[in-house]
Design a protein around this ligand. Sequence first.
Ligand code: ADP
Length: 567
Amino acid sequence: MSTLPTPPRPQPAHRRIDPFEPTGAGGASSAGGAVQDAAELYRVLVDSVRDYAIFALDPDGYILSWNAGAKRFKGYESDEAIGKHFSIFYPPEKVAERFPEHELEVASRVGHFEDEGWRVRKDGSRFWANVVITALRGEGGELIGFAKVTRDLTERRRAELALQESEQRFRLLVQGVRDYAIFMLDASGHVATWNDGAERIKGYTADEIIGKHMRTFYPPEDNAADKTTHELEVAAREGSFEEEGWRMRKDGSRFWANVLITALRDERGRLIGFAKVTRDLTERNAAQARALEDARRLASEEAAREHAEERARELRELAARLSEQALQLELRSAEAESANKAKGAFLAAMSHELRTPLNAIGGYAELLQMGITGPVSSAQVEQLERIRRAQQHLLRVISEILNFSRVEAGQADYVISRVPMHATIESVAQMIAPQATRKEITLVHTFTGPELVARADEAKVQQVLLNLMSNALKFTAPGGRVSVWTERDGANVATHVCDTGIGIPADKLEAIFEPFVQVGRSLTSDHEGTGLGLSISRDLARGMGGNLVVSSHPGDGSTFTLTLPAG
Ligand code: ADP
């Protein structure tokens, strides 16, 4: 139907009055050709209009004409519609209340009637229609019928309803949002609407707050700085303003809020107000703080655990190292012990082996000296004497070594008895007296008190004292003095051997009791000796339940003290 249809001529079914024919009734052509043409043009025009149902009613409401639009909207063909009463287009309830008659009555009285409402199609479906009924009057003013123009507004109506519905939904949504305060401000910042969220967050009911200025929500310091004016200015200028800051509740308490103010403008761009969305971030901040705190706690627990594991690992490593060292030490002591034993065995064997030929050297030298096997010159006697002295010295060294190795190996046998100390010192003093005299050293051993008796091995006490007194002479220059005395010291008897000799440096006071240690000994030193005497002496003293110690001032002399259990 893209070209103009040939309009069907309405077939009068009832009374044939066509109000669209300017000549009035019957389609007469008495007005001439031009008029006839104009009438035809009208008919074509009306008939072909598709967006409006345009039809004529007689004064009682019966349909006289029908156009393409009417057919399209209502679904009736011309011959079905023409002659029917126009109430067929009304829903039953409207018919029942005689609404169609009411429309005609109003239209005939005031000239026209306009209405919007539901109408019914041929198939029974409804559409929303805009209806204008215009009364048509003849030249004498008599009612000749009605023109009815109906427009199908179903689409528009649907759109309007949809809009209304979505607005309603939006209002309900905004109203019901509880986590956000969403409200409108007028252009000057006074509260215009209020939602549940606003009431919940700020504590005011709609009645209390609508009409109040937004300053109500700001802390005094912000109001002093006229912050709200600034915010509205920015929102108006930029379109929106957003910030986080402190806001006040009705009860005066503060909350940390995220605030978004959006400028609202009408279609001509005039500012009509602001939408304000406020969110209480207290909970979010608290949740963040909790999350942060949790994260921190986890991290520190983790760190502590790692630290503990690290410490445990270190301790395990330390323990492993220590047990390794302990093992090494055990091995070393065992090695030292067996080395010591080997040394003892070696020394014993060696001294024994040396002693026999040394004795032979001494014996034969003596024989030669005596001249039994032939004459010996005095020079030869002198040389033989030197051989004897060297032999004697070597023999002494060897017996000391043997002595030491026995004592070291714990093989010394002690014959314990009551040993009168004065008498023992006296006998040793006699042994070294010639030596003291030779060296011009005064030997003092005077006893004033009663005899002091020790429980000891007398021969070994003599050996110790001989060693101490020989040393005293050896390390004291001519003109010096060696004194020996004894005294009771608690449960012990202490014997002191004191000299005015060279003394012993403080750092050597202990070392001299070690075997083979000789202070200041060098290859060119003229001191004889093995460095074993003090070591043997201390071992013997301790072996008898006593001790041997020294005190000394280098340059002033030394004092050796032998203590033994009192007898
Ligand atoms: P030796 O006398 O055979 O060297 P000792 O064990 O008896 O061995 O003495 C060890 C060292 O102690 C001596 O070499 C000497 O350096 C030092 N010493 C011992 N007695 C004295 C003393 N009375 N005065 C100074 N030094 C001494």
